[in-house]
Structures are given as structure tokens and as C-alpha cells.
Design a protein around this ligand. Structure first.
Ligand code: AMP
Ligand code: GLY
Length: 426
């Protein structure tokens, strides 16, 4: 069968790459894809825009594409899955109603509270004065979040009241447009963060291997937040018994609460968790999609053919689907970014050393690249995700770093300390 992957990042490259490993997949089309998917055998990029629901549906119907996987949150929040389903297509990814779990933090908080899911204490505000009074009453540190999608930039972890108040003023002042006209202010949590991506058919939900990413640009997890500068899976921060607890206290109640609201959610439910010093998992946020770069480390470990897993969700057969099989060992991904990211950065730099990196035993997922005239050019803030699987955490890390050392492009930046939290614990 043939499949369609929507999106252009490292996550989508990993999805296309994994789908193509299945013996039932003949071809994958990507809209719009990137330089990495362009170079995959049996994979084709098509340059439609993500708001062209009709064009995408036509493409899928004309080419007999038996499965559509929607990568990013924006098209899910905009109702792409609803439209494609209305045209008779099989879609992995929630409808607009389910995508609210990511597109409105206030909506997600209300769902968590109703379902008794452990999360930071929070209050929701639609005007600045009340929000500021709340901050003054609670004191710092405190966390201010724009309600809507803000490309990962809507969260301020404020160490002082002044910083929190400035974040509230910026949000209501229009910094995030409509996304910031409502803010969620929440209790500051400490601990280790982990990402549990779970697949669901709306009734049954199953976790994938737990992962951890490094969100901040700077070494030692310092500086501004990014989409993620590196990741690894499985993480020892979430051992099997903790994963069982997350299944019971977070994932199952979330799916039940979605169902209570009449929402038939088929796709990934991504729980961003804080594992508190007491060992309790608390939800920081839910996402309605695969994580990026977490997908780049989770999928290389998956042995069960991905198309069969995703179709079991789409066709609501997950309860009868055999347990997922995993490669032993660990996968690590180190992201190469364009200098300046997450602020302004250059594009168009020629990337060298991709073959040499692969020869070191890594898979190089393209996050923001473009193929032009036989060359691969940087075309985004996060450019590449160099990923390696190893018998141990150390081995995967070593291979990933040996491989990334082969790669060069002007302004290239990467963190040298991916995995430091695991290494400092071992
Ligand atoms: P979010 O977009 O909600 O995942 O937030 C982005 C990042 O801000 C998270 O990955 C955390 O590092 C941090 N963060 C969010 N909420 C909290 C919280 N309640 N306490 C501490 N840190 C938080
Ligand atoms: N790596 C964080 C995310 O995908 O939201």
C-alpha cells in the first residue's frame, strides 16, 4: 500500500523512513517533505501547502493512498483530519476537537482537572489585571503560558514576579496574537521532564518507549527554549513500573475524559511530564501529535511495522493488536541547528559530510533542509537530527557524536552534552 505523510520536519522524515521499512509499504508521499525525504528511495515530495485540504484529499484519493499520517499540530488544530476523514480517507491524527488538548492549554487543564490527572495547580485569565493580582498573591517562581499555539514560544518560566508580570503584559499586548488573549498561570514544578508518546484508537491507549529531550538551546539546559536540541529513548527516568503508573493515572483517564466529551481521538497523545523529586508523574502539557525530536529516537527502536500499528489505531483495532516489539538498546539524537536559532538564523548553507556521518552508523534525519541542484541546503532553525542506536546509552551517544562530527555547514551549532542528566545519574 501507499501512505502520505504531512509535514516537513525531522519527525516526518523519521515517519516516512520507518513506514518504508515495512514490507507492506510500496511508496510514501510527503507533503511537503524536505531534503531528507526527497532522497529516500520510494519516497516522493509534493509541494502542496498545508492549508490546501482539498488538494491534499485529491492527491490521496487519486493515488489510492491507504493511510494519511499528519505530523504537525497546526493542521490538526485547523481541522485537516476532519476534512480528510470526511472524504473517506484513513487518517492517523485527531480531529480538531481532540487537537484542542494541545491548541488550548486552558481546555487541556479543565480536562485534566475533571479526570483527576496529576498536573500543576493553575488558574486561567482573560485579562491582565486579574492575572497580575494572582501572580502577586502566589509569588515566584511561577509559570505563565499563552493559551493557544505559539510555536513553542508561549511559555515563560518566571523566576521573579516582575518576569511573570512582563510575560502577562506581553501576551495581552498581542505578542502571540489570539493565542495569548487567554493565559494559564501555573505552579512551578521541579524534577526531571520526560515525554511519553502514546498511540490510541480512541478507546485503547498504549505508550511507546519513554523519551527525554533537551528543550533549551544551551549546554546544561540553559537559555531559551527550542523545539528540542536532542533526545534519547528509552529513558531510565521512566522505568517500566513508572510507565505503568503513567498509563493508569494519565493516559487512560485522558482517553476516558476525551470520550466523555464525545471525542473519538485516533492518533498520538503525547504527555509531557515532570517526574517530581517524590517520583510522582505530573503532566506539564499534552500534545496531539508525535514529538520532535522524540520520534527520531522512538521509531528506530520499533520492530513492529509502523503502518500496521497506525492502521490498528485508525481502524480502532488496538485492543486486539499484539504487543509492540522493540529493539533492545537505546537511541540517541543530536540536533544540528543553524547558528542564532531559536532567534534569527540564516538559510541556504550547503551541508557537507552526510554520507560520512551515515558511514559512522548513524541515521541522519533532516529537520530543515532542501534538496537543490544535487546539494542539500539548510532551510530551517533545526537542520538535522543525527540519530544512532546502540547496545547501551553510552554506545548510542558515542556513535551519534562521532557521526555529527563529520557534518559541516556554515554557522552549524549543536549541544555537546545531550544525555548529561542520565550520565550524571549513573
Ligand atoms: P510547555 O510548552 O507547556 O511544554 O512548556 C515548555 C517548557 O516549559 C516545558 O518543557 C518545561 O521545561 C517548562 N514548564 C512548563 N510548565 C512548567 C511548570 N509548571 N513548571 C516548571 N516548568 C515548566
Ligand atoms: N520535543 C517537544 C515537542 O515535540 O513538543
Amino acid at each position: 500500500m501507499k501512505a502520505l505523510v504531512i509535514g516537513s520536519g525531522g519527525r516526518e522524515h523519521a515517519l516516512a523512513w520507518k513506514l518504508l521499512q515495512s514490507d507492506t509499504i510500496q511508496e510514501v508521499m510527503c507533503v511537503p517533505g524536505n531534503g531528507g525525504t526527497a532522497a529516500l528511495p520510494r519516497c516522493r515530495n509534493l509541494s502542496l501547502t498545508l492549508d490546501d485540504f482539498e488538494g491534499i484529499a485529491r492527491l490521496a484519493l487519486v493515488n489510492n493512498l491507504a493511510l494519511v499520517v499528519i505530523g504537525p499540530e497546526q493542521p490538526l488544530a485547523a481541522g485537516m483530519a476532519d476534512y480528510l476523514r470526511s472524504q473517506g480517507l484513513k487518517v492517523f491524527g485527531p480531529n480538531q476537537d481532540g487537537a484542542q488538548i494541545e491548541s488550548s492549554k486552558a481546555w487541556a487543564k479543565a480536562l485534566m482537572e475533571a479526570a483527576g490527572i496529576p498536573t500543576a495547580r493553575a488558574a486561567v485569565f482573560t485579562e491582565a489585571a486579574a492575572a497580575i493580582a494572582y501572580i502577586q498573591a502566589q509569588g515566584a517562581p511561577i509559570v505563565v503560558k499563552a493559551d493557544g499555539l505559539a510555536a513553542g514560544k508561549g511559555v515563560t518560566v518566571a523566576q521573579t514576579e516582575a518576569e511573570a508580570i512582563a510575560a502577562v503584559q506581553a501576551a495581552f499586548g498581542g505578542q502571540f496574537g489570539a493565542a495569548g488573549q487567554q493565559v494559564v498561570i501555573e505552579e512551578y514544578l521541579t524534577g526531571q521532564e520526560a515525554s511519553v508518546l502514546a498511540i490510541t484508537d480512541g478507546v485503547t491507549i498504549r505508550p511507546l518507549q519513554p523519551a527525554q529531550d533537551h528543550k533549551q538551546i544551551g549546554e546544561g539546559d540553559t537559555g531559551p527554549n527550542t523545539g528540542g536540541m536532542g533526545a534519547y529513548a528509552p529513558t531510565p527516568v521512566v522505568p517500566p513500573e513508572l510507565l505503568d503508573r503513567i498509563q493508569a493515572t494519565v493516559l487512560e483517564p485522558a482517553i476516558a475524559a476525551l470520550r466523555d466529551r464525545g471525542i473519538d481521538y485516533r492518533g498520538v497523545l503525547y504527555a509531557g511530564l515532570m517526574i517530581t523529586p517524590a517520583g510522582e508523574p505530573k503532566v506539564i502539557e499534552f500534545n496531539c501529535r508525535f514529538g520532535d525530536p522524540e520520534t527520531q529516537v522512538v521509531l528506530p527502536l520499533l520492530k513492529t511495522p509502523l503502518d500496521r500499528v497506525l492502521l490498528a489505531c485508525v481502524e480502532q483495532r488496538l485492543a486486539d493488536f499484539p504487543p509492540l516489539e522493540w529493539e533492545p538498546g537505546t537511541a540517541t539524537c543530536v540536533v544540528a541547528a543553524a547558528g542564532g536559532y531559536p532567534d534569527a538564523y540564516q538559510k541556504g548553507m550547503v551541508i557537507q559530510g552526510l554520507d560520512a556521518a551515515a558511514e559512522q552508523g548513524a541515521v541522519v534525519f533532516h529537520a530543515g533542509t532542501q534538496q537543490r541542484g544535487g546539494q542539500i541546503l539548510a532551510n530551517g532553525g533545526r537542520v538535522l537530527g543525527v540519530t544512532a542506536v546502540g547496545e547501551s546509552f553510552e554506545a548510542s551517544l558515542e556513535t551519534a557524536y562521532r557521526a555529527i562530527a563529520e557534518i559541516e555547514f556554515e554557522t552549524m551549532y549543536y549541544r555537546r552534552d545531550i544525555g548529561f542528566r542520565v550520565r550524571s545519574n549513573s
